[in-house]
Structures are given as structure tokens and as C-alpha cells.
Design a protein around this ligand. Structure first.
Ligand code: ADP
Length: 451
């Protein structure tokens, strides 16, 4: 990270240096050019007025220095030149500065001679006798200037590169120092520069959020642990009761305290307790399967026709209802949802089983299936014993029973509604309970409709 930062700062320095130097050279070059042309013009105008006054013979005595002086006849023939023999020179009528001077009185031009390194600047002035006097000067270009001062330029460039490297390394060290010293778990925005402050603030906020989430998770874990412990205790207790009975009955028979005629009665008791045990173990297994969500991987979700499913449940429980002298009906619309058929049947079965178990002889159980705007609804209604208001919130808890002995009498385990609750959660459904003690219970199941 630091080398990357150093590199970037270094390149920024070098770019700024090169750009600035080029711009300065360009501006200097244009300024020098302008000044030279102005000087050349002054000289040409002065010479022209001297020739006008004293005649051309005067020209040969003029000191030209690094400049050059040319006198051109009106037709372009060179009459005098301070550097070359006019006899060997070509006609100058096509030269730009000459043509301009003939036409306008004065004219100038610039030409690169040989290469980009040298430039000739000309200034021409028309004389009273229509001849033209021209002053020329060679001018060094920027390239030449640079080359002529190459060694100091190289020295300056190297110095700048060195300075850039040092500055870049120093800046990146300064930028990185507070970052390297930062403790991500305990960020402090006091010794940090302003640009870093929003980052630190975000870090602090994130740390707080993580801490809050950790606390929530811990509470959640604690709750789950408590629930698991409670469940294990409840299960052990529930299993112990029938096992104690079975072992007690068997002990009495083994010790010969039971008369032959009573044996079948005791055997029946053992059988019923064993059945209870089986139902209990079955319910516990069902619940743990629903909770561990193995169902989703083992049993695929399919389209389930709720009317057919409820009719099947009614079929399975009809004898049970008849025994209790209840009327049991199932009607409604054909509505399909996406779900796990076995779990859905289990849900409806448990609810109808309760409606039968907690009912009076002569009562009824109605299943109704219909569709509301966004849901498929299964309604199970009975006119049985109802659930007291204060128990209604708790009956979906495991092993919660309003009347424990009554529940046991009718073969309940206290797990039926827990299975319903978990099954509904697997189907993203909701349960609505309406019940009045002594009047009956109505449970509505809401399933989201498939898109
Ligand atoms: P159980 O195996 O005891 O029936 P559930 O979890 O199915 O366990 O039900 C919990 C308790 O809710 C039952 O013990 C019973 O007291 C009460 N309950 C459930 N359904 C009904 C109903 N339809 N009418 C009256 N009470 C009900």
C-alpha cells in the first residue's frame, strides 16, 4: 500500500513538474520571439530612413553582427547582401516579406532553415525609390536553447526526480502513519487528519453494530439453550410417566400379586401405556424433524390441492368422530398451494383430531376451504369445550395443555399444536385462533398463494 501511494505521489509530482516546465518554456519562447521581431523592425525602419536620406552606399559600412542586411530591387533582384555575393543569389520577388513590403510598405516572415533548431526571422521595409531593404536574424528555438543548456537541464530534472521520490515517500509515510497506528477494534479519531474522520466514524458505528448483534446473538443462544434444556426436561418427564406405569404393572405381575383373572386387565394397561409412549416418541420425532428442516431436502415441495387433502383427513378421522358421536364435514373451493404434502396433512390432522378430542357428544367439526385475496384459507371449526382466554397464547408451546389429565385421557401429548406451528412456518403461513370456553374453537390457517 505504501509503495503504491509513493508511486502515485511521485508520478503526480513529475507530471506537475514536466507540465509546468513545458508551459514556462513555451511562454518564454513566444516572449523572446516577439521581442526579437520588435528589435528587428526598429533596426529595419532606422536603416530604411538612413538609406532614404544618404543613399545605398552607406549600407556596406553598417555593422550587422549576427544579423544580415539585404537590399532588393523592385523587381526582386538582389542589389546588396551583407553575407553573400548578390550575383549568386536568386531573385527575391517571391519572398513573403518582400511581397508584403512592396504592397504595404513593411512586411515580415519566419522560416525554419535546415532544421527545427534554427529559425530565420526577416523584416523588410520599402524605400522611397521602391527598392526594399531587409534585415534578417537567426533565432535559436526552444529546442536549441534546451540543448545548449543540456547539462544543467539534466541536473535539474534529476534533482526534481530525486526530490519527488523523497517527497512522495515522506508524504505516503505521513498519510499511512495514523492508519497503521489505528486499532480497528478501538478506533480513535483524535490523532487523525480530517479526510480520515468519516472512515473512522463508520468504523466506530460498525463496531457498535457488531457489538449489538453479538449481544443479540448471545441472548438468542441463551434463550435457545434454555428452551432446549426445558424441552429435554419435559421429554424426560413425559416419557417417565408411562414407563413408571409399565414397570409398576410388570413388577406386580412378576411378583405374583395379580390373580389370573386380572392379568388381561393389567396387560391392557401395559399395552395402553406402551401406546402412549409410542405416540409421544412419534410426536417428538415429528417435531424434531420439522425443527431441523431436513424435510426441505428430503421432501420436495409440490402443488397441493387443499380440498382433496382435507377430505383425506376427514376420511382418516371419520371413525374417531363417529365414536365420539360427532358430525364431521368438509367442504369448500378447490384451492392449491405449493407445499410439502405430508406436513400439510399432519397440520390439518392434528387440528381436526383436537376438534374431535375436545368436543362433546353430539357436537360438530367443520372443515372449510376457501380463497381470500392473497391467501388460501383452511378453517377448522368445532363447538367443543373451547380454550380459556388466558391459555390461548400458550397452547402452541410444547407440552402445554389446558387440562393435563383430560388431554392424557383423550390420548394427547401436548405436542400437536407445536407441530402445527412449525409446519405452518415451513409454509410461510399464519394461524388465527378464535375460541370461547364452553362454546367452541375456530382455527384459520392462512397460506400465501403461489404466484
Ligand atoms: P394435545 O396433545 O394435548 O392435544 P395440543 O398441542 O394439540 O396437545 O393442544 C394443546 C392444548 O390445547 C390441548 O391440551 C387442549 O387443552 C387445547 N386445545 C387444542 N385444541 C383444542 C380445541 N379444538 N378445543 C379445545 N381445546 C383445545
Amino acid at each position: 500500500m505504501r509503495t503504491e501511494l509513493t508511486k502515485r505521489i511521485f508520478f503526480a509530482c513529475i507530471t506537475v513538474f514536466l507540465l509546468t516546465s513545458s508551459l514556462i518554456l513555451y511562454v518564454m519562447n513566444s516572449y523572446l520571439m516577439q521581442r526579437n521581431i520588435a528589435e528587428l523592425k526598429d533596426r529595419a525602419v532606422l536603416l530604411a530612413s538612413a538609406v532614404n536620406q544618404y543613399g545605398e552606399t552607406f549600407l556596406s559600412s553598417v555593422k550587422t553582427g549576427n544579423g544580415r542586411l539585404t537590399l532588393i530591387a523592385a523587381d526582386g533582384t538582389v542589389l546588396f547582401d551583407s553575407q553573400l555575393n548578390p550575383a549568386h543569389m536568386e531573385n527575391h520577388s517571391q519572398r513573403e516579406e518582400f511581397q508584403e513590403a512592396v504592397k504595404l510598405g513593411e512586411g515580415d516572415s519566419e522560416r525554419y532553415s535546415d532544421s527545427l533548431f534554427k529559425k530565420t526571422v526577416n523584416y523588410a521595409v520599402r524605400l522611397d525609390n521602391h527598392q526594399v531593404i531587409r534585415v534578417s536574424m537567426n533565432q535559436d528555438t526552444v529546442f536549441r536553447l534546451i540543448i545548449s543548456v543540456l547539462s544543467p537541464v539534466i541536473f535539474i530534472v534529476l534533482l526534481m526526480i530525486f526530490l519527488s521520490v523523497v517527497l512522495a515517500a515522506q508524504s505516503s509515510r505521513k498519510i499511512m502513519k495514523p492508519i497503521n497506528l489505528l486499532d480497528p477494534e478501538n478506533p480513535d479519531d483524535r490523532n487523525i487528519y480530517d479526510e480520515m474522520k468519516p472512515f473512522i466514524r463508520r468504523l466506530i458505528a460498525q463496531n457498535q453494530q457488531i457489538q449489538h448483534q453479538m449481544q443479540q446473538l448471545q441472548t438468542e443462544h441463551r434463550k435457545q439453550d434454555d428452551m432446549r434444556r426445558e424441552f429435554t426436561a419435559n421429554v424426560s418427564h413425559e416419557l417417565k410417566t408411562p414407563l413408571t406405569s409399565i414397570s409398576g404393572f410388570a413388577e406386580i405381575i412378576r411378583d405374583g400379586y395379580v390373580q389370573q383373572k386380572d392379568i388381561s386387565h393389567f396387560a391392557d394397561n401395559i399395552y395402553r401405556e406402551a401406546q402412549r409412549l409410542m405416540t409421544l416418541v412419534n410426536d417428538i420425532l415429528k417435531l424434531s424433524r420439522l425443527e431441523t428442516e431436513v424435510i426441505d431436502t428430503q421432501e420436495p415441495r409440490t402443488s397441493v390441492n387443499l380440498l382433496t387433502l382435507c377430505q383425506n383427513v376427514r376420511e382418516r378421522l371419520s371413525i374417531h368422530a363417529e365414536k365420539n358421536h360427532l358430525s364431521f364435514s368438509c367442504q369448500g373451493e378447490t384451492v392449491s398451494i405449493t407445499g410439502i404434502p405430508r406436513v400439510l396433512e399432519e397440520i390439518v390432522y392434528n387440528l381436526c383430531d383436537n376438534a374431535i378430542k375436545y368436543n362433546h357428544p353430539g357436537g360438530f367439526v367443520h372443515i372449510n376451504i376457501f380463497q381470500s385475496e392473497h391467501h388460501a384459507v383452511v378453517q377448522i371449526q368445532d363447538n367443543g369445550i373451547g380454550i380459556p382466554q388466558q391459555d390461548q397464547e400458550r397452547i402452541f408451546e410444547r407440552f402445554y395443555r389446558v387440562n393435563k389429565s383430560h388431554s392424557k385421557e383423550v390420548g394427547g401429548t401436548g405436542l400437536g399444536l407445536s407441530i402445527v406451528k412449525h409446519g405452518m412456518a415451513l409454509h410461510y403461513g399464519q394461524i388465527q385462533l378464535e375460541s370461547e370456553e364452553g362454546k367452541g374453537t375456530c382455527i384459520k390457517l392462512f397460506f400465501p398463494l403461489p404466484n
